[in-house]
Write a protein that binds this ligand. Structure first.
Ligand SMILES: Cc1cc2nc3c(=O)[nH]c(=O)nc-3n(C[C@H](O)[C@H](O)[C@H](O)COP(=O)(O)OP(=O)(O)OC[C@H]3O[C@@H](n4cnc5c(N)ncnc54)[C@H](O)[C@@H]3O)c2cc1C
Length: 414
C-alpha cells in the first residue's frame, strides 16, 4: 500500500482539540504554515451534528486570546457570556437557602471578565467553518486510524478504509481512550471518582446577570454557568450509580429531580437541549510524547471538570506545540524530531499535573460531608474571600494567566 500525499503533520481526531490544533499549525498563524491531515472516526465536517454535545465550556481569558488570534472567536463572540460574578456555596443546605461562602466579582472588580461561557456546539460550529476555509488542512471523516508505525521515518498510519498516510509528526487528539497513546505504549496515571457529571443547557424565566454558581453538595459540585439570554449550562455531579438511575427516568421525572437541586431563584426552568452523563476521572499520560508523536487534549490528560479547565488545558498544549514547531521549522529542523517534542513535553506536563491536582483537591475537599472537613472548608473559603492576593492567585490560575505563556495564548505573532 502506498502512502498518499506528503503531509507535515497528521492529527488523529477532529474534536475540539484536533480541529483547533489544525488551525494553529496550518492556518494564518505560523509564518511557515504546515500541511496537515486531520483524520476523524466521526462524520465528515459538512454532515456533522454539533448539537450532539450538550456541554458548555468555560473559556479563560488566555484561551479567548488564542481563539481570537486563530480567527475563531469572532464567530463565537455574540454567543459568549462573560462571567460577571462567581459565587460558591455550601450546597448541603436546601436549594433556596444557600448563602454564598465565597464570591469573585469578575468584570465588576477588574473591568474585564476572566472567563466566558460558550456552548460546545457553538465552538464546534466556528472551528468547523474555519477549518473548511483553510487550504493547508485536509480533513477525512468516517474513518478511524487503525495502525501506526511510529518507527518509520516519516511515521505512517493506516485507516479502517484501507488508506495509508505518512508525516514526520503524528499528533494524537483522539480523546481519553486514545489508540495512538495505547499503541505507542504510553501508560497513564488514573483514578476514578465514582462520580458522573450530567450536562445540559436550560432556559429560565429570570436573568442570571452573568452570575456563575457552584454549589458544593455531598455528591459533588452542582454548577449553574451563565449562557447568553436567560439560559444556563449545567454540570450536575452525582455518584455514578445515582446518575445512572437519573438517566433512566422519564424526562419529566428527571426534570423534577433537577429542579429540586436547581432551586427557584431563576423562576421557571425548562430543558433547552438534551442531557448526557460523563463518568469523571483523572487520567494523565506518563509522558506526552513518543517517537514522532505528541499527545494533546484528552488524549494527554483528563481532569475533573470542577473548574472547567479541561479544554483550556488542551488549548495550552496546542499553543505550546505550535511555538515549538514554529521555531523548529523556521530553523529547517525536523518537526517530528526529539528536540522539538522534548521542548513540548517540558512545557506542558508539569503545568497539567499542577492543574489536575488542584482540581482533584477541590473536588475532595468539597465532596466531603465529614464535620471537621466541612468546618475547615468554610473557614478556608472565608479566608480566601477576605484576602485579595489569595483571590488574585486563584483568579490568575482560573484565567490561564499563570506560568510561562506560549505566543498564541498571549496573542503574539509567530
Ligand atoms: C461534564 C464536563 C464538563 C466540562 N466542562 C468543561 C469546561 O467548562 N471547560 C473546559 O475547558 N473543559 C471542560 N470539559 C472538558 C472538555 O469537554 C474536554 O477536555 C474536551 O471536550 C476534549 O476534547 P478532545 O478533542 O481532546 O477529545 P474528544 O472530544 O474526545 O475528541 C476525540 C476525537 O477523536 C476521534 N477519534 C477517536 N479515536 C480515533 C481514531 N482511532 N481515529 C480517528 N479519530 C479518532 C473521535 O471521533 C473524536 O472526534 C468538560 C468535560 C466534561 C465531561
Amino acid at each position: 500500500m502506498n502512502s498518499q500525499q506528503p503531509y507535515d503533520v497528521i492529527i488523529i481526531g477532529g474534536g475540539l482539540a484536533g480541529l483547533t490544533c489544525g488551525l494553529a499549525l496550518s492556518g494564518d498563524y505560523l509564518s511557515i504554515p504546515l500541511k496537515t491531515l486531520i483524520v476523524d472516526a466521526g462524520p465528515e465536517l459538512r454532515s456533522r451534528s454539533v448539537s450532539a454535545d450538550p456541554r458548555g465550556s468555560a473559556i479563560t481569558k488566555s484561551s479567548r486570546t488564542m481563539l481570537q488570534t486563530l480567527g475563531v472567536w469572532e464567530a463565537v463572540a455574540d454567543q459568549a457570556q462573560a462571567f460577571e460574578n462567581i459565587i460558591v456555596t455550601d450546597g448541603r443546605n436546601a436549594a433556596d437557602t444557600r448563602p454564598a461562602l465565597l464570591s469573585f466579582l469578575e468584570a465588576g472588580e477588574t473591568g474585564a471578565a476572566s472567563a466566558w461561557m460558550v456552548e460546545n456546539a457553538t465552538l464546534l460550529r466556528a472551528l468547523i467553518a474555519k477549518v473548511q476555509q483553510t487550504d493547508q488542512i485536509t480533513f477525512i471523516g468516517n474513518t478511524a486510524v487503525e495502525t501506526f508505525d511510529f518507527n518509520a521515518s516519516p511515521a505512517r498510519v493506516t485507516t479502517t478504509d484501507g488508506r495509508a498516510f505518512s508525516a514526520p509528526l503524528i499528533v494524537a487528539a483522539d480523546g481519553r481512550n486514545s489508540k495512538a497513546r495505547h499503541v505507542a505504549g504510553i501508560d497513564t496515571v488514573r483514578w476514578d471518582y465514582d462520580q458522573s457529571g450530567i450536562a445540559m443547557t436550560v432556559e429560565h424565566e429570570l436573568p442570571h446577570h452573568g452570575r456563575a454558581e457552584e454549589h458544593f453538595r455531598k455528591a459533588g459540585p452542582f454548577a449553574i454557568l451563565p449562557l447568553t439570554g436567560n439560559r444556563s449550562s449545567i454540570v450536575w455531579t452525582e455518584q455514578t450509580k445515582d446518575a445512572e438511575q437519573l438517566m433512566q427516568l422519564p424526562e419529566h421525572e428527571f426534570l423534577d429531580q433537577f429542579k429540586s437541586r436547581f432551586g427557584t431563584h431563576l423562576g421557571e426552568v425548562k430543558l433547552a437541549t438534551g442531557y448526557a452523563a460523563w463518568p469523571l476521572s483523572v487520567q494523565i499520560a506518563k509522558t506526552f510524547i513518543g517517537q514522532r508523536l505528541a499527545l494533546i487534549g484528552d488524549a494527554a490528560h483528563v481532569i475533573h471538570p470542577i473548574a472547567g479547565l479541561g479544554f483550556n488545558l488542551g488549548l495550552r498544549d496546542i499553543a505550546a506545540l505550535s511555538d515549538c514547531l514554529g521555531d523548529h521549522v523556521r530553523r529547517g529542523l525536523d518537526p517530528g524530531g526529539q528536540s522539538c517534542l522534548k521542548a513540548y513535553e517540558a512545557w506542558r506536563r508539569a503545568d497539567t499535573i499542577m492543574v489536575a491536582a488542584a482540581c482533584d483537591g477541590l473536588n475532595r475537599l468539597f465532596s466531603n460531608a465529614a464535620l471537621p472537613v466541612a468546618t475547615l472548608r468554610q473557614a478556608g473559603l472565608k479566608l480566601v474571600d477576605r484576602l485579595p492576593p489569595l483571590k488574585a492567585f486563584f483568579m490568575d490560575q482560573a484565567a490561564g494567566m499563570a506560568g510561562r505563556q506560549p505566543r498564541l495564548l498571549r496573542g503574539e505573532p509567530d
